[in-house]
Ligand binder design. Sequence first.
Ligand code: CP
Length: 339
Amino acid sequence: MRLSTPNLQLNEQGKLRHFLTLEGLKQHHLTEILDVAESFINPLTGDISKVPSLHGKTIMNLFFEPSTRTLTTFEIAEKRLSADVVNLNIETSSTKKGETLLDTLWNLEAMLVDMFVVRHSESGAAHFIAKHVAPHVHVVNAGDGQHAHPTQAMLDMFTIRKHKGDIFDLKVAIIGDIQHSRVVRSQIQALSILEAREIRVIGPKTLMPSHPEALGVHVYDHIEEGLDGVDVIINVRLQSERMKSALLPSEKEFFNLYGLTKERLSYAKPDAIVMHPGPVNRGVEIDSEVADGHQSVILEQVTYGIAVRMAVMSIIIDNAKQLNAEKQIPKKVTEEARS
Ligand code: CP
């Protein structure tokens, strides 16, 4: 799935204005995020600093789909950056009375917001919003349909770098529902941009995109073969909410063929790390013994999500400051904005 105008997210200097997708970004964009994230973490204690970078800025979190990790770590990150934070409860908002997405946005914009963090079930929702906001307003994609989840992929890269150093020498295997996962799509883009040595995807044909090789990955339908000698294993859940029809006989059958068990883990390198973006479905894509085992870094991923999201938001605001973008108070919606 390719959405048009990925460079909508870059300003005239080629720097991040929004963060919508990893598609079209260069290695230096990603390494800047990883390096800035690192600067927020105390190397001795692992604590994440509170800094004044976004003091006086207002950030609104608009989550049209459920979330535990992304919403909460964005909120913590925004507060650590000293921003004012609003979580709009979509269920009790006037969208339930028929107010359109654009009218909702323009009204929120009139409250002098500086940044929207958006999760939506429609692929392309974050791009759509970014196209319609005022020039001083920034948009961060917190997951749109099957399309992208770029901050998740970046926190995954950060976790890999913490454990393994440079990514270019690594063999990474991703197991599960490759077809419907926005996380996998963004992970593959991140790993490609960072020039990982080998990216493998493992899963049944029914859960593979139509031309996986075009993504620059090696496809395996036998898990043991796919895990052989890898440095990093990323497990993802079945995205049942995005499947239009039953693509598997049963969850039990999936676990029998593709579940990550201790025995299957032994095919990877002995020091391989096990990752999962969450939520984890124990006994479906991963055995508890592995999810909670000594090679698992699943909870570290969550913690690093705070620093990585701080990095993305502070880089965007710093880039805008360099351009001296003036805040514009919207008085009325123009014809151009309506189109
Ligand atoms: N990984 C992830 O996006 O988790 P949440 O859906 O809980 O935010």
